[in-house]
Write a protein that binds this ligand. Structure first.
Ligand code: CA
Ligand code: CA
Length: 199
């Protein structure tokens, strides 16, 4: 005996997978697209980071071998080199900044605190009342003995740090992590050539 129309209709509908595929696609597609775009963004940001590190190393190397040797020349040199090399990735004036810190005590003094002369309570740390060697001459005990903003003299060790804000290419990462700007930093440590500044 043939099934009534409504019963046949519901049976056919239940067997029809086409609608289900459409619904599944509508649910999964945005996730897949986000993942793909996010992966491309990550690859792009890795490339930008590698470029920033390479540019920082090159700029520092060029800065230390400048025969002019004067601080102002070398400062503008490294700033210009970094900005020029990163301009491909600069979108709407994304800032690039370069900071320098010089050390007179060689590579081993990089990032080290100013040494204590008299550690009153003997705890190995600076406390109010302890005397210290003010290596960077800023009039206070410094947890990092490097001189900020100073390109150093002949033979000094200098740390160049570049900061860059990279913009993602697509919406992948912004959708996943709610951020389309990624802060990047690259550092390199070099020793100045034994130059003389003739100005
Ligand atoms: Ca102390
Ligand atoms: Ca100091």
């Amino acid at each position: 005996m043939p099934l009534p129309l409504t019963a046949r209709f519901w049976k056919r509908l239940a067997a029809d997978q086409r609608g289900a595929y459409m619904v599944e696609f509508a649910i999964i597609a945005p996730v897949v697209i986000t993942l793909v775009l996010g992966t491309i963004d990550l690859g792009y940001l890795s490339y930008v980071r590698a470029t920033l590190e390479s540019v920082t190393r090159d700029a520092a190397r060029q800065a230390i071998t400048r025969t002019s040797g004067c601080m102002i020349d070398r400062s503008s040199t490294i700033e210009d080199i970094v900005k020029d090399s990163m301009k491909t990735f600069i979108d709407g004036g994304t800032p690039v900044s370069v900071t320098v810190r010089s050390y007179r005590g060689g590579f081993e003094s990089v990032g080290q605190p100013e040494p204590l002369i008299n550690d009153v309570n003997g705890n190995g740390q600076y406390d109010e009342g302890d005397s210290y060697e003010d290596i960077n001459g800023d009039g206070e005990w410094s947890p990092d003995q490097g001189t900020l903003g100073d390109l150093g003299g002949p033979g000094d060790v200098v740390v160049y740090t570049t900061n860059f804000q990279a913009q993602t290419l697509f919406l992948g990462l912004p959708l996943m992590f709610s951020q389309d700007i990624v802060n990047m930093r690259a550092s390199t440590v070099v020793r100045n050539e034994p130059y003389t500044c003739d100005e």
